[in-house]
Ligand binder design. Sequence first.
Ligand code: PBG
Length: 327
Amino acid sequence: MSFPQRRLRRLRRTPALRRLVAETRLSPDDFIAPLFVREGITEPQPIASIPGIVQHTLGSLRAEVADLVGLGVPGVILFGVPETKDEVGSGAWDPNGIVQVALRELRDTFGDRVVLITDLCLDEYTSHGHCGVLDGRGSVDNDATLDLYAKVALAQAAAGADMVAPSGMMDGAVAAIRGALDGGNFLETAIMGYSAKYASALYGPFRDAVDVTIEGGGDRKGYQQDPANARESLEEIRQDLFEGADIVMVKPAMSYLDIIARARQEVDVPIAAYHVSGEYAMVKAAAERGWIDGDAVAIEHLTSIRRAGADMILTYFAREVAELLND
Ligand code: PBG
């Protein structure tokens, strides 16, 4: 054949060529590490279903953040595990609640070298395990919950959060929180909305990590999204942006790459994706059996999430993959 036939394989021949033509790059800059801090413990507690991740003491939390900063990971998101829970989840806004204490310590230690994000929800703090307060009939009262989210936002901002991340899927949460923050003169505190958050079965290991059991074998299908729906996610995202979100999130990630890709076409704000506990656990469990190469799959997952259009990834792999990428 005389015409210059194009061979697509030419640019795949060597690692350097592949690097040169890579359309997507993965870097520690892309990661936000989810970290659990538990009140009243003196040693970090391993979480069986999230291998390699622990419930931190205040001391081990500080050491972990120091390592992450050293690896080039720019952000962490904190989840608290309180010693006691109640009907309304008051530990979430107590100035001496575990997350507020941790925030003050981390801010003192690290200044502005790390972005401190807080999950803003009540489920870790309520005795019934729901993300809000219950009405008389046992379902979550949307508007009563918003008043409490406003209090949590103020407590987290006062303790030093750069960004709060409402994860409860209540309607109007971003507006309520923005209003409270502005009213408290926390004009610089950003909001990362868990905008398109599905009622997924992949959060199981996380609930072990925060000691949450939903009362009466309940679920969150009355407030989190149905996995059958895609267009609804765009409604959620547009609504959160209208209410003042600075960053929008899609969660989980791997089963919802179509949502990330559609969101990327619709909006120009930063998009985050949460590679959740169940996604991480599946990789770890299969790797432990020798069925897959865990490191390679981790990088493939995270690269795919970036390729779909996410700018940043909340991932339990943050530390491990940052180490691999820095090698
Ligand atoms: C709610 C919250 C959950 C996760 C993050 N924030 C649990 C839920 O909605 O039930 C799940 C994260 C994961 O599975 O890694 N506070």
